[in-house]
Design a protein around this ligand. Structure first.
Ligand code: IMP
Ligand code: MG
Length: 332
């Protein structure tokens, strides 16, 4: 993997954080770089019983040898970022592009309005209004924020330089394909494109620099906020199946539905998937919990994976079997 791009295949919350945290530990990349919208995303991972949530930094903070970068396309909330830098003691390995846009309180206030909060059901983190100001060219940039001066650099230069030196770069997308402003069901989408091409653009790497695109799917589908969800099940049914989840940024209850092959096929195409990950298989098949070898999965769980691979025509290289970052079957 010199350059691996990881994106979500459904509506976000597919478990990208845990997959990235695993890859950061296992593959020891010199850089993990985050694209996507901004602090509306919450990526969660657990290690040795402790749970971590990041909204700004890449989910690679537990590997002290990995530099943590934020691409120019990403919106930064300085308060949240500074807290996360402190949490991972990442002062000397965090780099923010000078042209990251800055979220102000006024953006957060505007995100609580009737249309965004009421109709769309946004996360209320100010990202949509900030991206609107960015398009109007009135947004403040990271280079203008004194508290960030220590971290500001040209992230696309760093990433391209590392790739030219054959170093490993792990690119972390946020949200999911069907929250893309272009490819999701408008207007129930986020404020920019979040497919693999958009994530690369956020960071400033060209399409020919990418070696692998890993699209992450959860074993079932969840969605927070408004918008269509095919074959949505009731709250009681979701509870019975163990699919009832709550948002890591907003705490809102997530809606749930079975794995959607049509959405996944389309997401694989849009993102040009070369591999897929399937997370939370242990929620579907409790006997899978913490299994780390494919051969040790029960037959019905293997069949589930093989059905997905058969429909999508791409190998499930990583399978999540529990919350700990090492609870992964790695078939690469
Ligand atoms: P916004 O991105 O806060 O403007 O919200 C727009 C829509 O995207 C809403 O339905 C949110 O719930 C959803 N959304 C944004 N970011 C995430 C995420 O990281 N995970 C899941 N849903 C998200
Ligand atoms: Mg999330």
């Amino acid at each position: 993997m010199p350059c691996l791009v990881t994106v979500g295949g459904f509506f976000g919350d597919e478990g990208k954080g845990k997959i990235i945290a695993y890859l950061a530990k296992k593959d020891n990349p010199s850089i993990a770089v985050r694209g996507g919208v901004g602090p509306n995303a919450g990526h969660t991972f657990a290690h040795e019983g402790k749970e971590y949530k990041v909204r700004m930094l890449p989910s690679a903070g537990l590997n002290p040898a990995t530099r943590l970068l934020i691409g120019a396309g990403v919106l930064v909330n300085p308060q949240i970022l500074l807290k996360e830098i402190a949490m991972f003691q990442a002062d000397d390995r965090t780099y923010v592009d000078a042209q990251c846009g800055i979220i102000e309180q006024a953006h957060i206030d505007r995100d609580k309005g009737e249309h965004l909060n009421g109709k769309i059901g946004t996360t209320g983190t100010g990202t949509g209004p900030a991206n609107a100001d960015r398009a109007l060219r009135t947004l403040r940039m990271a280079r203008d924020v004194p508290e960030l001066s220590l971290y500001v650099e040209d992230v696309s230069n760093s990433v391209n330089y590392a790739l030219e030196n054959n170093e490993k770069v792990l690119v972390e997308g946020t949200q999911g394909t069907y929250l893309s402003l272009f490819h999701g069901g408008y207007p129930f989408v986020t404020s920019k494109d979040v497919t693999a091409s958009g994530i690369c653009s956020d960071i400033g790497i060209g399409p020919k620099k990418v070696d692998d695109v890993l699209v992450v799917y959860k074993a079932y589908v969840t969605r927070v906020g408004g918008g269509p969800l095919q074959n949505e099940i009731s709250e009681e049914e979701a509870k019975k199946r163990g699919w009832l989840e709550f948002g890591s940024v907003t705490g809102r209850q997530r809606r749930a539905a079975p794995f959607d092959f049509d959405l996944a096929k389309k997401a694989n195409r849009i993102n040009s998937a070369t591999q897929i990950a399937v997370t939370k298989l242990d929620v579907m098949f409790p006997a899978c919990a913490r299994v780390r070898q494919y051969e040790k999965l029960p037959a019905d769980a293997r069949r589930y994976i093989e059905d997905i691979e058969g429909e999508l025509g791409v190998k499930a290289t990583l399978i999540g079997t529990g919350p700990e970052l090492d609870d992964v079957i790695d078939r690469r």
